[in-house]
Design a protein around this ligand. Structure first.
Ligand code: URA
Length: 427
């Protein structure tokens, strides 16, 4: 059935409800180029301002899934489990988590993205490993999964092409921050990826999309409902992103920290969140009796990592690129590091070269930030607090500007710091 784009825009502009055929038509016509970018931007803005109900969001998601291929892993001899994070500063959890969950008996087929702005992308991090390839055909994905239990790679162009086009449009029209549009964008890709179960890590705080718990809970609840309705066992955790995760932010730096975790060490918050998410993924996949903590200690998660990296052309023993220059900030006073703002640190790492401003920009693998203290730690005046790494010293000045008000040493801890895991939402 044919509709008129202007009529559909007008319905949403006037706070009306779009029917299933209207949504199917507009997504299909936009993907094929019959609905113009300016019409889709007007509709996206009307949705951002006036919202969509649960039925509309589910229809929108299904229409985006139908715009491309849907992968199917049901022929495999193990259950599949995946995790998606809404993105944060220092969030490298996928790197230790995917091989860890594979070592515990699930298959982990994970399609990931590159970073844009202050949050890093999983593929950029893994590409700091010499030889590692993000672009795989469906056959190669299957071969990597069979060889190592986990594959982390780029989504092919055939998966939810409507979302690819719409996300790029939203990025330049001020329409990213809409819960229905974010939820349908993420879930269309995850459902099309074909995982049997999914754990969502919805970040909350200054370094995340969702700045407060209330909005994060609404996004999580919407995504869990979309997954559940599509037959994917879906659970969400709301987790803290008011401060960075771990002690290293940047591509090589985050691979190094992930290797520490896989070797049985690593910062307490990264280990705690990796284990919590591993337990959730295994439970969602119906696997019981496995102990992820033991898999980190006995080397089986590290073995799965080495197989996964090797199967994608990478050298697990290869030297990781390092930045040429560094400088260290010291504690201005003795006391407690009461605040270390995730956004300030993320923007600083980005300005040092760890992230990109435009999709086509390259990233510096070695650039980023090392934290010598975390919020709540006692520090002494003059002790190293933050080290900046960059390929050129010229990058330090702008990075320092974003760190200027990002940390504070006080007499006592900040009681407002979010707990690492704030809430859990299931369907
Ligand atoms: N990530 C996505 O994939 N889509 C959004 O809309 C926001 C974050």
């Amino acid at each position: 059935m044919g509709f008129d784009a202007v009529e559909i825009i007008t319905i949403k502009r006037d706070r009306g409800e779009l029917s299933t055929p209207q949504i199917d038509w507009v997504i299909d016509a936009y993907t094929r180029g019959t609905v113009a970018d300016e019409q889709m931007s007007a509709l996206a803005m009307a949705i951002l301002l006036n919202g969509m109900n649960r039925r509309e969001i589910a229809d929108w998601t299904q229409a985006m899934i139908r715009s491309g291929e849907r992968m199917d892993w049901s022929h495999l001899d193990r259950p599949t489990a995946d995790k998606h994070s809404t993105g944060g500063v220092g969030d490298k959890i996928t790197l230790p988590l995917a091989p860890l969950v594979a070592a515990c008996g699930a298959y982990v087929p994970q399609l990931s993205g590159r970073g844009l702005g202050h949050t890093g992308g999983t593929l950029d991090k893994l590409e700091s490993i010499p030889g590692w390839r993000a672009e795989l055909s469906n056959e190669e994905m299957l071969a990597v999964i069979r060889a190592s239990g986990a594959v982390v790679c780029a989504a092919g162009t055939g998966l939810a092409p409507a979302d690819k086009k719409l996300y790029a449009l939203r990025d330049v029209t001020g329409t990213v921050e809409s819960i229905p549009l974010i939820a349908s964008s993420i879930m269309s890709k995850k459902i099309a990826e074909g995982t049997g179960s999914l754990v969502l890590d919805v970040k909350v705080g200054s370094g995340a999309f969702m700045k407060n718990v209330e909005n994060a809970r609404e996004l999580a609840t919407t995504m869990v409902a979309l997954g559940t309705d599509a037959g994917v066992r879906t659970v969400a955790l709301l987790t803290a992103m008011d401060r960075p995760l771990g002690r290293k932010i940047g591509n090589t730096l985050e691979v190094e920290e992930s290797l520490e975790v896989l070797a049985g060490g690593g910062p307490a918050d990264v280990v705690e969140l990796t284990l919590r998410l591993a337990h959730e993924m295994l439970a969602a996949a119906g696997i019981s009796g496995k102990d992820p903590e033991r898999a980190l200690k006995d080397g089986s998660a590290m073995d799965a990592w080495r197989r996964m990296i090797t199967a994608q052309g990478g050298d697990p023993d290869g030297l990781l690129p390092q930045a040429a220059e560094s400088m260290t900030l010291t504690a201005p006073a003795s006391g407690v590091l009461s605040r270390l703002d995730a956004l300030g640190v993320g923007v600083a790492a980005w300005r040092l070269g760890a992230g990109r401003a435009r999709k086509e920009d390259p990233v510096s693998f070695g650039a980023g930030i090392t934290l010598h203290a975390k919020p709540g730690d006692i520090v002494r005046e003059g002790q190293p607090l933050i080290t900046l790494h960059a390929d050129e010293t010229a990058r330090f000045e702008r990075a320092l500007q974003s760190l200027e008000n990002a940390y504070e040493v006080s007499a006592a801890s900040d009681p407002g710091l979010l707990p690492l895991v704030i809430d859990r939402i299931e369907g």
